[in-house]
Design a protein around this ligand. Structure first.
Ligand code: ATP
Ligand code: MG
Length: 568
């Protein structure tokens, strides 16, 4: 490609809201152009990268036996009503009507459509298993679109869906997809971890995420360095927390404890001169359900933090938001003095599982200015106990006992055992080998294809710009003609370019200063540049490695072979 013809509008100015390198460099390098909040167009260089990533994904998926299809972005709302998600999906789901007032949604994911594709057509276990995937546009009206391609509203996802006649068959496919995804991310040259993920109501090891380790990641992942345990913080487990501090042994009693509502745990621990480990903290939230709202108290140790996703799973709400003091009081809780002991059975509350059967605790007495001491946790039904705590860097691994670590990651893929949820709701059934009608078992598998364009840069850049690896670079080599008016330089560079693979090589034949061209090379981040400059008259040209920015003088007669080697 000739740079003089390439539409790559590079600029010195980064978007005002850009905080991450990938966002800044992809816009400054003219890879993408923003057209609205969370909406991006891919310009030629960005489109080449996107296609390269798409090709790697497709190659691995096709190898695994999955078949590519393409579903529409605009989806009949009727299907979403059948699955029951139309009302509960929340504001991320963009709902629209046509001129005849029919309802549609812009597909944020395609379980409904794919179930409808096989429903009444796949009717026998003999036609299973089946894995269908697509690489297409999704729309999610994200509350906070940001970080450029990392969290857009419109984005490109590979989404796949598998159908099975048994859980065993689903698990086999799930394992195959894990392997396939590992291949994809390895081929892309990314440093990633496969982590246990939150799988909401399904639970267990039904869901895994693929996380690229990056300082700017939005996700926290808990990793054990010894046994390789890794989990999203939303799903992370730990060895039960203990302390060497002696418990404050006491008979059950009520104490007058005037304390400010805010920061009350610290005050209470100081007041009784006990470790916060022996106190119980109440976190009160408003839970939003489809048709109602409830005020719920979650109890964890004073030294622990409530994990919101775990809390959400515990109560099965759609969303948890802060509750006002009035709402809390009206619901029957006493803010600042709320404890599980003596709390009305009719109230909604959950207790962290690690508190089960613990003794010598201090908690609110559900009465203004009073706390209980000597509390034992024996009298609660099992259904009150849930895993609620956020695992942190001071905790230990449940598997091997080693200290855990927390790092930042960017989610690039997610695989999920759905079970029979969608097939049941939508009446998609097959006849098993006993002639019995059963809903399909399903899995779903996603990769953030457009997000990966940005992830490649988050994983590899310097202060000057992008550093693409060979697998994803739009071009591998930038031949920079130092002075385009110099005929010898221009002819030599052009001859070389003509002999090389034009799909992989860019020749910077623009009538610009050398410094400007070098600046663009550094910003755009192709793996190599070849400078054809003053040295040519002495028979040498200069090869630059973008990653190290090291320069190497090479004889002009040898350069073709050297470049052929680099491009292969
Ligand atoms: P996140 O937790 O980052 O919001 P998610 O769990 O909602 O993602 P999935 O439904 O699992 O996402 O979608 C599959 C993949 O699609 C994700 O692993 C991610 O790589 C990508 N993805 C999801 N949302 C976006 C977005 N708003 N912009 C770009 N890519 C996205
Ligand atoms: Mg996910």
């Amino acid at each position: 490609m000739r740079f003089s013809k390439l539409y790559a509008p590079t600029t010195k100015d980064a978007p005002k809201d850009a905080t991450l390198p990938s966002h800044k460099f992809l816009v400054r390098g003219g890879f993408v152009k923003q057209s609205g909040s969370g909406l991006y167009s891919f310009l030629p260089l960005g489109k080449i990268v996107l296609d390269k990533i798409r090709d790697i994904v497709k190659e691995e998926l096709d190898d695994s036996g999955a078949q590519e299809i393409q579903m529409g972005v605009v989806t009949n709302a009727e299907l979403w009503k059948q699955s029951g998600r139309y009302d509960v999906f929340g504001k991320e789901l963009c709902r629209l009507r046509d001129r005849k007032n029919n309802e549609f949604v812009l597909g944020p994911t395609h379980e409904e459509v794919v179930v409808d594709i096989v429903r009444n057509i796949i009717t026998s276990y003999k036609q299973l298993p089946l894995n269908l995937y697509q690489i297409t546009t999704k729309f999610r009206d994200e509350a906070r679109p940001r970080f450029g391609l990392l969290r857009g509203r419109e984005f490109i996802m590979k989404d796949g869906y598998s159908f099975h006649d048994s859980i065993e068959s689903l698990k086999d496919e799930f394992d195959l997809m894990e392997k396939t995804y590992r291949n994809v991310f390895t081929k892309l040259g990314l440093d990633f971890r496969v982590v246990d993920a939150d799988s909401g109501a399904i639970g267990g090891s039904g869901s895994k995420e693929f996380m690229v380790l990056a300082n700017n990641g939005e996700d926290d992942i808990v990793v054990c360095k010894k046994c390789k345990y890794a989990a999203n913080i939303e799903a992370a487990r730990r060895a039960k927390k203990t302390t060497t501090v002696e418990p404050p042994e006491a008979d059950f009693a009520k104490f007058y404890t005037p304390t400010p509502v805010k920061d009350s745990i610290r005050h209470i621990a100081e007041f009784f001169k006990v470790d916060e480990f022996y106190t119980i903290k109440s976190v009160i939230k408003k839970a939003i359900y489809k048709d109602e709202e409830k005020i719920i108290s979650f109890f964890v140790r004073g030294c622990d933090t409530l994990q919101e996703t775990k809390a959400l799973n515990a109560c099965g709400a759609l969303e948890l938001v802060d509750a006002s003091e009035d709402e809390v009081r009206l619901a029957g809780f006493n803010p600042g003095f709320c404890g599980p002991a003596g709390l009305g059975e009719e109230l909604e509350f959950y207790i962290d599982s690690e508190l089960k059967e613990e003794k010598n605790l201090i908690c609110g007495a559900n009465e203004e200015n009073y706390h209980f001491i000597g509390v034992s946790m024996f009298n609660f039904k099992d259904s009150r106990y849930k895993d609620l705590v956020q695992v942190g860097a001071s905790d230990y691994c449940l598997n091997c006992g080693e200290k855990l670590d927390v790092s930042k990651g960017i989610e690039v893929g997610h695989i999920f055992q759905l079970g029979q949820k969608y097939a049941k709701a939508m009446g998609a059934k097959f006849l098993d080998n006993n002639g019995k009608s059963q809903p399909f078992y399903m899995g779903c598998y996603g990769i953030g294809v457009s997000r990966l364009v940005a992830v490649m840069i988050e994983a590899s850049h310097d202060e000057k710009g992008c550093i693409w690896n060979k697998q994803t670079a739009p071009y591998l080599l930038d031949i920079i003609v130092s002075n385009i008016k110099n005929e010898e330089q221009s002819n030599f560079a052009n001859e070389l370019y003509e002999r090389l693979d034009k799909k992989r090589v860019l020749i910077d034949d623009r009538k610009e200063r050398f410094g400007f061209k070098m600046g663009d090379f550094e910003l755009l981040g192709f793996p190599y540049a070849l400078v054809v400059g003053k040295g040519l008259k002495d028979g040498v040209v200069e090869l630059i490695d973008r990653k190290t920015l090291q320069k190497q003088q090479i004889k002009k007669d040898e350069i073709f072979d050297v470049l052929q080697g680099l491009l292969s």
